[in-house]
Design a protein around this ligand. Structure first.
Ligand code: PSV
Ligand code: MN
Length: 386
């Protein structure tokens, strides 16, 4: 196989998971702008996700968020997904929207609230059994706002205890993915604020516990690719939540704010052997002013472009330059790949996959956008928090 053929073959295996919540209305804490045609339930979210996969060919799974995507019959939901050409992916827990969780969930000072939170996580594992999902994705809003509010160390003990109970409940083929975020909604301490804390808990729990890197969850200037390289080296990178940010957790389309950073991250993924199904490549975005489905298609294509560039890095030439201490040549090798226009290559890849080479144009021509506006009348639109 030529090198280019190998790159194309790799790109054809790419799998980017789209989030069910990105198909519904979402926004900022100031305003959620409703859009005509957005789904009114999980079934319609899957219909839209099916379209994203139909036109991109690389978005075969959809992450669910519980309780936003609660249904009576998860096996029927999984079947509905398959009829739309997609599968159900990670199950995201939600321990941040109930009044009981004001002082935390799994780290709450009151054992009864901790019990409620752990029971929710166990329920999520039951749902995974029904949907056939491999991954339970955990993000905790837990933390404190004021020094002295609660005992920092004891909260870690409570976290470890709750996680251990859920870990024990996982099946042989199931995993727990622990996501960190440095602040918000808590502003003084956050109980899982960084990759080190997530890593320490996952290490103690065992091989089925892995760390999630949400690209919007770091302090400005953080070198995310270094974190990716380190977690891969330790065998502890379970997944990404891709989005981009200019300021904090902006949840913009991935690759929009900093495509170079996305390339650097994908290079470390490729370099570290992480371009495999063992790492889940998920989107976690909040489309506020842009149309949902095209925004998700754009994000999928941005990840695809960054991946193509990462795969094109001449690693032999890079290694020679690095070992020879040739700083400028090493940097040039990396930049050559980044500056390559990979769009023609991706058009070829899509054609070879039997797809339209231009997913965005094909989606626009398909008429799906006006069909859902016409058909999805009445009922209550799905939205972040609903
Ligand atoms: C938290 O900010 C987060 O990134 C977690 O992944 C949540 O589950 C998700 O956003 C919900 O929007
Ligand atoms: Mn996230």
């Amino acid at each position: 196989m030529t090198e280019l053929a190998a790159v194309k073959a790799a790109l054809k295996t790419q799998a980017i998971e789209t989030p069910s919540w990105a198909y519904g209305n979402s926004g900022t804490r100031f305003k959620v702008f409703a859009q005509a045609g957005v789904p009114r339930n999980p079934w319609e979210k899957l219909d839209d996700a099916g379209k994203v996969h139909e036109f991109t060919g690389v978005a075969p799974t959809v992450a669910l968020h519980i309780p936003w995507d609660k249904v009576e019959d998860y096996a029927a939901l999984a079947k509905h997904a398959e009829q739309r050409g997609v599968k159900l992916g990670a199950i995201n827990s939600n321990t941040f929207q109930d009044d009981d969780y004001k002082l935390g969930s799994i780290c709450h000072p009151d054992a009864a609230i901790r019990r409620k939170a752990v029971d929710h996580l166990l329920e999520c594992v039951d749902i995974m059994d029904a949907t056939g999902s491999r991954d339970l994705k955990l993000w905790f809003a837990d933390g404190t706002n004021y020094p002295g509010q609660d005992d920092i160390r004891e909260r870690q003990d409570r976290l470890a205890e709750g996680l251990a109970e859920v870990y024990e409940r996982l099946g042989d083929d199931q995993r727990m993915l622990l996501e960190y975020k440095f602040f918000e909604p808590a502003f003084y301490t956050t109980d899982v604020p960084d990759w080190g804390t997530a890593y320490a808990h996952c290490l103690k729990l065992g091989p089925k516990a892995q760390v999630v890197v949400d690209t919007g969850h770091h302090a400005p200037g953080t070198n995310i690719e270094f974190i990716v390289a380190t977690l891969l080296r330790e065998g502890k990178l379970g997944a990404f939540d891709f989005n981009s940010r200019f300021y904090a957790d902006d949840d913009l389309m991935v690759g929009a704010a900093d495509p170079f950073q996305l390339f650097r991250i994908m290079y470390e993924v490729v370099r570290g052997g992480g371009f495999t199904p063992e790492v889940a490549f998920m989107l976690d975005q909040c489309h506020n002013i842009e149309a949902k489905i095209p925004a998700i298609i754009r994000s999928v294509m941005n990840v695809q472009e960054a991946t193509a560039k990462a795969l094109l890095v001449d690693r032999e030439a890079l290694a020679v330059a690095q070992r020879g201490g040739d700083v400028l040549e090493a940097n040039a090798v990396l930049m050559d790949a980044y500056n390559t226009d990979v769009r023609p290559l991706l058009r070829e890849v899509r054609e070879e996959m039997g797809l339209d080479p231009e997913p965005m144009k094909a989606y626009r021509r398909s008429g799906w956008a006006s069909k859902i506006v016409d058909e999805r009348v009445g009922g209550e639109q799905a939205g972040w928090g609903a």
